[in-house]
Design a protein around this ligand. Structure first.
Ligand code: PAF
Length: 313
């Protein structure tokens, strides 16, 4: 099994590292800031896992290694540029972020035929600072990771067993990730999965941030019209790019995620609360950009981008 190299010390990256540690998968972490790198992870059953907290710089990776970047889209360009000189052997690179735009960044820097995986996860993790000033990460909700290979040429393998025949390096990388933080499910239609997640983030993230509410309140009657409008615009735009979303199903899925993660504060809510840059450009901003290219009006998403930006300054 190849080594897992985890870039950044965010909540999801730290959770993957802790889970790799727990499951005996070889890994290294490359935090951007050693002071905020969690020293341990708290599992739901109370188990506590120590994490490696050394400040490491990039190293030349082997072909069988996996470099995962659970970063925000706006951090990807700089991070990938830093790693570029160490990727001559073409190890698998995995992107895992909210919103869209990472694929374009990766293709630009690595090339359109690079062994790349795109992933989205529903595992819940919360990075917290303790009274002694160090950080820990809490595993707040069991989830699953969906993963796919956007750079493969057609016909795309439908099952993981088929992927193993066509692109064994990618199938083995998925196995490494599954051994670290299971379950990891192969999706031949990963872009559909990512667009579906985009619809969830486009409703929950800006509304929870703007109204200072937990995810469950997205279902409140006062948001009925806004929810519907965001999903309507999303569906028009996504389907203009060849997807086949149904507006009612999109809305239903958003509400079910809001319910399942009801007690959580969304990542955008937390970004605003901690004065950090938000992912609004990669979420509602992406819908607006894609709408523009097709001449589709997207006033509700445009307004949300403006309102969240006004809140961030
Ligand atoms: O960004 C987030 O917070 C999460 O993707 C989600 C699904 C909205 C749950 O909080």
């Amino acid at each position: 099994m190849g080594k897992l190299h985890i870039v950044g010390g965010g909540a999801i990256g730290s959770l993957i590292a802790a889970s790799a540690h727990k499951n005996g998968v070889p890994y290294d972490c490359y935090p951007r800031n050693i002071r905020t790198m969690p020293a341990r992870a708290q599992w739901q059953d109370g188990q506590s896992i120590e994490l490696k907290t050394a400040m490491l710089g990039p190293v030349i990776l082997e072909k069988g290694d996996v470099l995962i970047l659970p970063l925000k889209v706006y951090q990807l360009n700089a991070a990938l540029k830093q790693w570029l000189p160490y990727l001559n052997q073409k190890p698998t690179v995995v992107l895992m972020h909210n919103g869209m735009g990472g694929l374009e960044v990766a293709r630009d820097l690595l090339g359109a035929d690079y062994p790349l995986l795109l992933a989205t996860t529903s595992h819940g993790a919360l990075k917290e600072s303790t009274s002694s000033g160090d950080f820990h990460v809490k595993y707040t909700g069991l989830g699953a990771t969906q993963i796919g290979a956007p750079n493969l040429v057609k016909p795309i393998p439908q099952k993981l067993a088929d992927l193993l025949q066509v692109a064994p390096q990618l199938a083995n990388a998925i196995a490494t990730l599954d051994s670290s933080l299971p379950p990891v499910q192969y999706r031949s239609d990963i872009l559909t999965a990512l667009w579906a997640k985009l619809s969830v983030n486009a409703v929950i993230n800006p509304l929870t941030a703007l109204h200072d509410i937990q995810n469950k309140h997205i279902a409140d009657a006062e948001f009925e019209q806004t929810r519907r409008k965001i999903c309507h615009e999303f569906t028009l735009v996504a389907n203009a790019y060849g997807f086949n979303f149904d507006e009612d199903e999109v809305l239903k899925n958003v509400l079910s995620v809001a319910k399942a993660t009801g007690e959580n504060y969304s990542s955008m809510h937390q970004d605003i609360a901690h004065g950090r840059q938000t992912e609004i450009d990669a979420i509602n901003g992406y819908i607006v950009e894609m709408a523009k290219k097709k001449g589709i009006p997207a006033p509700e998403n445009t307004l949300l981008v403006e309102r969240v930006k006004a809140l961030s300054v």
